[in-house]
Design a protein around this ligand. Structure first.
Ligand code: SAM
Length: 280
């Protein structure tokens, strides 16, 4: 299915933006990646973009297996509705996890340990424990020469509105709270594990599983090529910015910056929200 057809069926649904989807769609088509495993589908928006792309690559075998928790069924719209809306249901197999995709990946390995995915896209969890373990499981399921993509390299628990007030997050050390844990997976496990052609596009980290034996790379914090995507999200909400000012501006000038920041941030946020239709 061509990009604009699937894109127009998905407008108004949260998560993957059109700009991101365009990058992912083109990547899948360019590298001829027909069998995709996705971790974290939410409404199934990204799953539909991926399904449209794999259909272009291989109308016979193109398929997306995607895993989220059982409560994703209650989302409005849910993945089944988006599948119907785009006409791509047949290309998508949603797997519902009681607790975590890592458990369902155990079952995939137990059923058949043969590497069988050309692309694994990890967009859920975002912690060292979950994403790091998912990375290793995904690596076992990925064909040699296949690609892995990690979303939200710089997302932090402390910077997240929905996470920072949770009791378990408050109990973390500042380092655990404020580190981009997905980036640690990208640098230490993906680059450090010998993945090739590692690069960043927007908030995604890409890497290619080597076709031959791997030599681990020591101290893999080497800089990788980065491509910035044009901004597609509304700027941060005023509350986020006040928080940012508190964390980053020297104490002597913080008061005066804070005096103007909320008004300025509010105007910026409204302007961005109007432009993008963002509601978060
Ligand atoms: C950012 S959303 C995914 C958005 C989707 N990929 C898109 O772009 O349209 C992240 C999803 O990951 C799921 N998730 C997070 N941790 C998970 C885990 N350990 N096991 C299964 N699903 C998980 C959440 O339920 C949520 O729906």
């Amino acid at each position: 299915m061509d990009f604009s057809t699937v894109d127009s069926a998905l407008t108004g649904t949260r998560f993957m933006t059109s700009a991101q989807a365009r990058v992912m769609y083109d990547f899948v088509v360019e590298h001829r990646l027909a069998r995709v495993l996705e971790l974290g589908f939410a409404h199934g928006k990204s799953s539909c973009y991926l399904a449209a792309a794999v259909e272009e690559v291989d109308p016979e075998r193109g398929h997306v297996t995607t895993i989220d928790r059982t409560d994703a069924e209650r989302r409005d719209p849910n993945i089944w509705e988006l599948g119907r809306r785009t006409g791509l249901s047949e290309r998508i197999t949603p797997v519902m996890a009681h607790t975590s995709f890592t458990w369902e990946m155990m079952k995939l390995l137990r059923e058949d340990p043969t590497p069988r995915f050309d692309l694994v896209y990890i967009d859920g969890g975002h912690t060292w424990d979950t994403t790091g373990f998912a990375f290793h499981l995904a690596d076992r399921l990925l064909v040699p020469g296949g690609w892995m993509v990690l979303d939200d390299l710089d997302w932090t628990l402390g910077g997240s509105d929905s996470m920072r007030e949770k009791t378990w997050v408050k109990r973390l050390s500042p380092e655990e709270r404020d580190s981009g844990q997905v980036r640690l997976v990208f640098e230490l496990l993906m680059q450090g594990g010998g993945y090739e052609q590692c690069h960043e596009v927007g908030k995604w980290g890409f890497g290619r599983k080597p076709a031959g034996p791997v030599t681990p790379v020591v101290g893999s914090t080497a800089r990788v090529p980065r491509v910035a995507l044009p901004p597609t999200h509304a700027p941060r909400r005023p509350r986020d910015l006040r928080d940012l000012v508190r964390r980053t501006v020297p104490v002597e000038v913080r008061r005066s910056v804070l005096r103007v920041a909320p008004e300025w941030a509010h105007r910026l946020y409204r302007r961005g929200a109007d432009r993008t239709g963002a509601t978060h």
